[in-house]
Write a protein that binds this ligand. Structure first.
Ligand code: SD4
Length: 331
């Protein structure tokens, strides 16, 4: 190609590039306010993952009815699940790691982007409350392991054996069966992720779990990671994740859902697009269940999962129900 022709082509290309960047940049700009429903349309509402969300929502609703904040509501709501000895995937009674230790992950976040988190926390019944203390009483966001436990003890939390006889029996059986493959999403019991909006239209979220049953010791999932298991942006809304935490972390799942809402997607569409992004990034989808729930600042909600079977609980002034999420794949 002659030099002048080449330069001409090159400058046309750069003009093209310039415009396509401009167009892309424009598409990436936050939407006009009119495209995100206004906060003053909002009314108190709570959603949370899985069947155990019904009872947790009712507990959180009591807090909202008394005029409490969404932060108080989500903390009190998921504490109920943490204390339920019959729940095999959250708090007391949660299934242990492969060595028989119950290790808990949790995080909490409010509309001001204040957040706190604990990971690999042992022998403390309410990791969500420790996460809140991390948020309110320290300059940090995340404490893990012994440091998190020492911090909890210094704040007056008491040590408790969280491995119930029933959970221990299941773990021993698993060892006997030599089932070395970790298990997730069994019996529709899973992580609880909760999002609540209070009377002032403020959204907070909480997420708490004993994680992947029989995981390798030291494993952290998505649930204590701000942006993965939970994310809230007061201007937009919030999202929570459940399912295989490793896959959720790979796409910063809850943050992705919130950003998709920022760009104009409804809560359900945003959850679906995040699931599809996970699908695109994984060749092997076997057992790769993930589910998201989301709430925008107008109090509209939605959820979506990779596989059938994910549901979430919704509570507001008129409704108290389970909703089956739409999904991509049958098992
Ligand atoms: C984890 N996401 O530790 C959690 C577990 C869970 O459905 O939610 N399972 O990976």
């Amino acid at each position: 190609m002659k030099r002048r022709k080449f330069l001409g082509a090159a400058s046309l290309t750069s003009i093209g590039l310039f415009f396509s960047q401009y167009v892309n940049a424009k598409a990436d700009l936050p939407l006009e306010k009119s495209n995100i429903p206004a906060k003053d349309e909002a009314k108190p509402i709570i959603i949370s993952t899985w069947n155990h969300g019904m009872a947790a929502n009712r507990m959180a609703w009591k807090v909202l009815l008394k005029g409490g904040t969404s932060l108080d509501a989500v903390e009190k709501g998921v504490m109920l699940t943490e204390s339920d000895p019959n729940n095999r995937s959250v708090g007391l009674g949660g299934l242990p790691d492969r060595d028989g230790n119950v290790t808990l992950d949790a995080c909490i976040m409010n509309q001001k982007s204040q957040c706190g988190s604990v990971g690999y926390l042992q022998e403390i019944e309410h990791p969500i409350s420790v996460a809140r203390k991390v948020m309110e009483d320290t300059p940090h966001v995340m404490l893990v392991g012994k440091g998190a436990q020492d911090f909890a003890l210094s704040k007056g939390f008491e040590k408790k054996n969280l491995l119930t006889p029933e959970a221990k029996a299941e773990w021993l059986q698993w060892k006997r069966d030599q089932m070395k493959k970790p298990r997730i999403n069994s019996e529709n019991h899973d992580t609880i992720g909760m999002l609540a909006m209070d009377k002032d239209g403020n959204i907070s979220g909480a997420c708490t779990t004993s994680g992947w049953a029989y995981k390798l010791p030291g494993r952290l999932g998505d649930s204590p990671i701000i942006g993965a298991g939970l994310f809230v942006d007061g201007e937009i809304g919030g999202a929570c994740a459940t399912g295989m935490g490793e896959a959720v972390i790979r796409i910063a799942g809850s943050h992705t859902v919130v950003e998709l809402m920022r760009h104009g997607h409804s809560p359900e569409e945003a959850c679906k697009l995040a699931v599809e992004r996970i699908r695109k990034k994984h060749e092997d989808l076997k057992d790769l269940q993930v589910g998201f729930i989301a709430m925008n600042r107008a109090g509209k909600v939605g959820g979506y999962s990779m596989y059938a079977g994910f549901n979430y609980a919704l509570k507001d002034a008129e409704n108290d129900e389970m909703i089956d999420a739409k999904y991509d794949l049958e098992w």
